[in-house]
Design a protein around this ligand. Structure first.
Ligand code: CAA
Length: 269
């Protein structure tokens, strides 16, 4: 079902190379980081494939769950990319360091595309995080609208400790959620934030026992699906834009969305 949605068996091979599994069950799609033997470390292929899943997401999907197979959500970037030899067929950061700015930027932008679609207004994305979410793993969790953490989950922005910056779109949601001073402290110490602290900081909507994670995600998805899709999409759009708008502008945006909603509700009556 999932392969058909994305486009056949050639795509399945591509998911496998990217270390991803993609399944669709009605209105719920699940993306599983599926290289537990490497703690679901991410590569350029992972990010390209994430972007491709976003591009071809079946229209009926309203909820996207992102989870990790095995003991950890994701150990972040595949550390082989930091070695000059890199990953066969994918190169390394050393290869990119030698490229011109435009090529390098394009490569990062392509990787970021894999994360950005998870905020689309017509879907709600949920990260189900167990074990470690480090670097790119933490950023993938931050790319989702909502996060449910298992009690053993830890979040860590390790990039600065490796001489890098977080560049997979995680810095803005982090600052939005915890504020600048706490984001600075978390990133510049590269420390691990435990699940309970994450919830207290607003980095998790819910913390549950590890064995309850799947059920908690299912329950949240069911609750989200109980609301009309058009209203959910319009409301998400409104909420997403609220921080950037003044109260007056937000009032105007509410009016525009409501006029469209009421017209849609009474169309044909
Ligand atoms: N890349 C490649 N392989 C990795 C990996 C990674 N990021 N993380 C773990 N692995 C591999 C290990 O090498 C090991 O392989 P072998 O069995 O062949 O030895 C296997 O996965 C299991 O690892 P551990 O035995 O260490 O597993 P653990 O459960 O005891 O510990 C862990 C898990 C805490 C995540 C630990 O593996 C770890 O610290 N990994 C490195 C995390 C890291 O520094 N990631 C980079 C973050 S920065 C980033 O992501 C940059 C960016 O976005 C730009």
């Amino acid at each position: 079902m999932a392969e058909a949605a994305i486009g056949g068996s050639a795509e399945k091979v591509s998911h496998e190379e990217a270390g991803l599994r993609f399944e669709v069950d009605g209105e719920i799609a699940t993306i599983t980081l599926d290289r537990p033997e490497r703690r679901n470390a991410q590569t350029f292929a992972t990010w390209s494939e994430l972007a491709r899943i976003g591009d071809s997401l079946p229209q009926q999907v309203r909820i996207v769950v992102v989870r990790g197979e095995g003991p950890s959500f994701s150990a972040g970037i595949d550390l082989r990319l930091l070695n000059p030899e890199g990953i066969p067929g994918q190169g390394s950061l050393a290869t990119l360091a030698a490229a011109d700015d435009s090529t390098f930027e394009q490569r990062i932008a392509q990787a970021q595309r894999g994360f950005l679609w998870l905020r689309r207004p017509d879907i709600v994305s949920i990260a189900a995080v167990n074990g470690h979410a480090i670097g790119a793993g933490f950023q993938l969790a931050l790319a989702c609208d909502l996060r449910i953490l298992a009690e053993d989950a830890t979040l860590c922005m390790r990039e600065p400790a490796l001489g890098l910056v977080p560049d997979l779109t995680g810095t803005k949601p982090l600052v939005d959620l915890v504020g600048l001073p706490r984001a600075l402290e978390i990133c510049l110490t590269a420390r691990a934030v435990g699940a309970r602290e994450a919830a207290a900081l607003g980095l998790a909507e819910l913390v549950v026992a590890g064995e309850e994670l799947t059920r908690a995600v299912r329950d949240l998805a069911a609750a989200l699906l109980s609301v009309d899709r058009g209203a959910a999409t319009a409301t998400k759009r409104l909420l997403q834009g609220a921080r950037e708008r003044t109260l007056k502008e937000q009032g105007a945006a509410e009016r525009r969305e409501q006029i469209a909603r009421v017209r849609a509700l009474f169309a044909g009556s």
